[in-house]
Ligand binder design. Structure first.
Ligand SMILES: [Fe+2]
Length: 358
């Protein structure tokens, strides 16, 4: 049996190296835009990631609901990313999910290796680090834990961490409530486009086929954060992505030609519109280019849940209602798997190349 030894970024970081290996150093043209994330987060001038208050999402008052929908539509079209507040997920549950993930990553690396994935054999769930997928050997400054959390019958609980004891309980509960939040948001996004409220949900597979995949991203302290990225620039392939984090800044959004740093908003969940919804809406909703910076002082952890259509069962293409003579279809029909494949091989310009990973 061939055992591939995958270097963990955490071991590299804790070894005390003062300069990072060349595989982690970004290309020259990218370095000019990488600044100190703590300084960037403090800046108040210029555009900021919008906040959407979900309190009025299902208001009985039609005028209040319409006002909410108009704002959601604007933000989903202009930004495709937002801080959700009053999302209805109890803070206490979110704290438990975060504590469980922090405790898991606090285990010695040998313990975590027991859950290692094996990307070369297609076993993608578990503890992992990015493998270089191109000639440059470029790597990202992060380790992660990845597993499917919903629907229940598609889960493999043997892959979920046994330690800490609350991990499975808290994560299961979080997946369940997040699944209903996804329905509420998809309904509102459908209504904003003049569609039946359950339309987008159906188009991405509904309760039975839409998959929720949890990825805990662990970004160790980096001795040369000005040279590396935790996650390179990409757009999410998902329908929606929901993100929690440990209040250490890192996320940047490429908005109107500039990198905008997301502030850390207490008790919020960051939500991205992914490529899947961008395609179905024929570009009316936007899947924004984003990346993650690292820093010297604090470990950053984020919990992303990707809500994805099934890989093969659904052909994704602009909904007929979204296509007119004046607004022809912007995207060809593709399965989700074909869409991912297409992104991986689209290397026509550096920004598109950057869009290949999730
Ligand atoms: Fe992403």
């Amino acid at each position: 049996m061939v055992v591939t030894i995958v270097p963990r970024v955490e071991s590299l970081a804790s070894s005390g190296v003062l300069s990072i290996p060349k595989e982690y150093v970004r290309p020259q043209e990218e370095l000019t835009s990488i600044g100190d994330i703590f300084e960037e987060e403090k800046k108040d001038e210029g555009p900021q990631v919008p906040t959407i208050d979900l309190r009025d999402i299902e208001s009985d008052d039609p005028a209040v609901r319409e006002k909410f929908r108009a704002e959601l539509k604007r933000v989903a079209s202009e930004w495709g990313v937002m801080h959700l507040v009053n999302h209805g997920i109890p803070d206490e549950l979110i704290e438990r999910v975060k504590k469980a993930g922090e405790e898991f990553f606090g285990l010695p690396i040998e313990e975590k290796e027991k859950y290692a994935n094996d990307q070369t054999s297609g076993k993608i769930q578990g503890y992992g680090s990015k493998l270089a997928n191109n000639a440059s050997g470029q790597l990202e400054w992060e380790d992660y834990y990845f597993h499917l959390v919903f629907p229940e019958d598609k889960r493999d609980m043997t892959i979920w961490p046994n330690t800490p004891a609350d991990y499975k309980v808290a994560t299961e509960e979080y997946a369940r409530v997040l699944r209903s939040l996804a329905t509420r948001v998809l309904s509102a996004l459908s209504a904003c486009l003049g569609l039946e409220e359950d339309r987008l949900e159906k188009e991405v597979g509904g309760l039975e086929e839409m998959l929720l995949q949890m990825k805990i991203n662990y970004y160790p302290k980096c001795p040369q954060p000005e040279l590396a990225l935790g996650v390179e620039a990409h757009t999410d392939v998902s329908a929606l992505t929901f993100i929690l984090h440990n209040m250490v800044p890192g996320l940047q959004l490429f908005y109107e030609g500039k990198w905008v740093t997301a502030k850390c908003v207490p008790n919020s969940i960051i939500m991205h519109i992914g490529d899947t919804i961008e395609i179905l809406s024929n570009g009316k909703y936007k899947s924004i280019l984003h990346r993650g910076l690292v820093n010297k002082e604090k470990v950053r952890i984020s919990w992303a849940v990707f809500c994805e259509p099934p890989k093969e069962k659904i052909i994704l293409k602009p909904l007929p209602e979204m296509v007119t003579e004046a607004e022809p279809a912007l995207f060809p029909p593709r399965t989700f798997a074909q869409h991912i494949e297409h992104k991986l091989f689209r290397k026509d310009n550096p920004e598109d190349e950057a869009k290949s990973s999730e």
